[in-house]
Design a protein around this ligand. Structure first.
Ligand code: NDP
Ligand code: 2IT
Length: 451
């Protein structure tokens, strides 16, 4: 970073957030992009907007005590990080995974602010979660955990205050239990969570939205930059959860062949493409593992994740869509992708590429779509769920899907216009996304005074 003000902000950030590596990584990536904007826009420094933006408005940490099936007390830690409310009520998912900590949630909340801004819908940014591990838990244990989690969280949220949703480990089942507990405690049936079941205020197409939106964004970017499309392309998808499943479904519907999927234990190679019905049966109905897919579908191989084993990014593909988790694609993976002729990397997950990998991809001409833009379809459709709840109406699948597609294409167009305005390379959607996302937040923060 060359700009003295940006440098100073980053040094202060690091000393205030020692040891928070994911949060620092996200901050560095954003500040590197915003240098261009800071130089053209003295109001940012004058109003100390970067210092204010990089300090979460509120962070709540709480105990979550619950009883397991043997009536043994279990204790987890819960958090909600209400990062920025300049553009609307706090909005963002809840992650349930043993790795969850303050650094990860702050990085996710910070990314969420820029992402929500890019959607153009009125939503501030937040993230929450717990170090609870849903794996291997019974349905009743999940319910008791979700009820205990909401028993504390409910006092901090509300349909006009903060509207949580799903993320890793939090799907429709968990949102249902949390919604039920909120309703019981508050005695109010409101749109306080998104991703709800379709019979109690959920939106059609929310389940599909992140993966579908990722493909709509990628298709628009590819068409603009390369005059190309998904048709006939080979695609690597990682993960096998909500985002990965619907990215696979849409990429294949658009004429591509998805040849990889993964989970934290390993990855599969499916040379003939993915049978999405089998994938959904294993992951959504049976809650199984990706290796079960290889056992069930002939011609599919499974590579266990052990030291020295090749990663799925060594597969020869045209397009890579990382959809599992942060930092799952490192510099060696980026080099392997480029060496194999991969032209497009768009992120379904949040920050799946390390900073070094992202720089390498951009420097080598790969069309790079960062998560905050490419995966914004999930939260955008959450925003549409909030609108429907406020109107007490529900739109058809086709209507929501058409709005989602329009929003994803508009996000790309906004980035493209920003690239042109600032002289940024067309394959670098990262710098454009950060500037375009921050621009609206900065304007709103200045207008709302020193807060
Ligand atoms: P799910 O819980 O449905 O699936 C997560 C997938 O990622 C699983 O296959 C899981 O494997 C894998 N995974 C999770 N943690 C790790 C890890 N530490 N190492 C390797 N693999 C891992 O989550 P989602 O599909 O909802 O989320 C995936 C990503 O997309 C996340 O980064 C999330 O923040 C992001 N995202 C999600 C949105 C949504 O609407 N759901 C919206 C925008 C972004 P395993 O089963 O082995 O844990
Ligand atoms: O990272 C994300 O954008 C999400 N997990 C979705 C958040 C939401 O409020 O729908």
């Amino acid at each position: 970073m060359n700009n003295a003000y940006v440098n100073k902000v980053f040094e202060e950030f690091k000393s205030k957030n020692p040891g928070e590596k994911e949060y620092t990584q996200a901050c560095q990536e954003i500040l590197e992009s915003l240098e261009l904007m800071v130089e053209k826009n003295p109001a940012i420094e004058k109003n100390q907007l970067l210092e204010r933006f990089l300090e979460p408005e509120r962070l709540v940490q709480f105990r979550v005590a619950w009883l397991d099936d043997n009536n043994v007390v279990r204790v987890n830690r819960g958090w909600r990080i209400q990062y920025n409310s300049a553009l609307g009520p706090y909005k963002g998912g809840i992650r349930l995974h043993p790795s969850v900590n303050v650094s990860i949630l702050k990085f996710l909340a910070l990314e969420q602010c820029l992402k929500n801004s890019l959607t153009t819908l009125p939503m501030g940014g937040a993230k929450g979660g717990s170090d609870f591990d849903p794996k291997g838990k019974s349905d009743m244990e999940i319910m008791r955990f979700c009820q205990a989690f909401m028993t504390e969280l409910y006092r901090h949220i509300g349909p006009d205050t903060d509207v949580p949703a799903g993320d890793i480990g939090t799907g429709g089942r968990e949102i249902g239990y949390m919604f039920g507990q909120y309703k019981r405690l508050q005695n109010e049936f409101t749109g306080v969570l998104t991703g709800k079941g379709l019979t109690f205020g959920g939106s059609l197409a929310r389940t599909e939205a992140t993966g579908y939106g990722l493909c709509y964004f990628t298709a628009k970017a590819m068409e603009t930059v390369f005059g190309d499309s998904f048709k006939g392309k080979t695609v690597a998808v990682s993960g096998s959860g909500n985002v990965a499943i619907y990215a696979t479904e849409k990429a294949q519907a658009l004429g591509a062949k998805v040849v990889t999927l993964s989970d934290s234990n390993g990855w599969i190679y499916a040379p003939d493409g993915i049978d999405v019905a089998v994938l959904k049966q294993i992951k959504e109905v049976e809650r199984g593992r990706i290796k079960d897919y290889a056992a069930r579908v002939p011609g599919v191989t499974y590579v266990e994740k052990v030291a020295g084993a090749p990663t799925l990014w060594t597969t020869k593909v045209d397009i890579a869509l990382p959809c599992a988790t942060q930092n799952e694609l490192n510099i060696d993976d980026a080099k392997a992708l480029v060496a194999n002729g991969c032209k497009v990397v768009c992120e379904g997950a949040n920050m799946p590429c390390t900073l070094e990998a992202a720089h390498f991809l951009i420097d080598n001409g790969v069309l790079y779509g960062p998560g905050k833009a490419a995966n914004a379809g999930g939260v955008a459709t959450s925003g549409l769920e909030m609108s429907q709840n406020s109107m007490r109406l529900s739109w058809t699948f086709e209507e929501v899907d058409a709005r989602l597609k329009g929003i994803m294409e508009a996000i790309y167009e906004n980035i493209n216009a920003t690239q042109k305005k600032y002289g940024i390379a067309a394959n670098d959607c990262l710098t454009g996304a950060n500037i375009a996302g921050f621009d609206k937040i900065a304007t709103a923060m200045i207008a709302q005074g020193v807060l």
